[in-house]
Design a protein around this ligand. Sequence first.
Ligand SMILES: N[C@@H](CCC(=O)N[C@@H](CS)C(=O)NCC(=O)O)C(=O)O
Length: 216
Amino acid sequence: MTITITAFERSPDRGKGLARDMRVRWALEEVGQPYDVRLLSFKSLKEPAHLALHPFGQIPTYEEGDLALFESGAIVFHIAERHAGLLPDDANARARAIAWMFAALNTVEPPIFDRALARILEHDEPWYEQRLRVLEENIRMRVSGLSSRLGNADWLDGAFSAGDLLMVSVLLRLKGSGLLEEYPNLSAYVARGEARPAYKRAFDAQLAVFTALSTG
Ligand SMILES: N[C@@H](CCC(=O)N[C@@H](CS)C(=O)NCC(=O)O)C(=O)O
């Protein structure tokens, strides 16, 4: 059955791979599932056809036969459950990998995303620098715990899993900020994720959308 996901027609990150379709593309590449992409304008995100798929009018969505999903974490989880390679077989190891998926989306991504939003929306406010310091301290509280837990390991709990896929995806937004670089083991962890052939294929596919736009 054909898998179709949605992505931005014009990603605000200009092909840096930070939009949340990237993690879905990466998961599909890891498990070797081909997929189609429906590109959407910002306007069409909020139109009835897309709202029927995604109640909040966002990307990504995932369609496969009569199944329609939204939320990148739920989509990656679905892919990982249906195909080998992203979740361990052992029940306890699987539960721990799923815990890392939740940790990535629920504990680590929110402060990182708050900082990204503040940089865009609050940059001109007189209190911006003060707020940025608070937001960055919130991030450090999370990533220092993550850094200690990872230690010298390659991945968070044994072999690469959907937990690592989501954790690397959320940490990528910090690359170049100086914050990730405060934790050399996390920088190396992110680089290991980016070096995976499946990541590269996914990255190139989303970059091609931006390149076609700028040359077309
Ligand atoms: N929690 C959602 C967040 C989805 C989300 O924020 N998508 C962004 C792109 S990365 C979007 O569609 N933004 C446009 C909008 O909200 O109008 C997920 O992980 O799928």
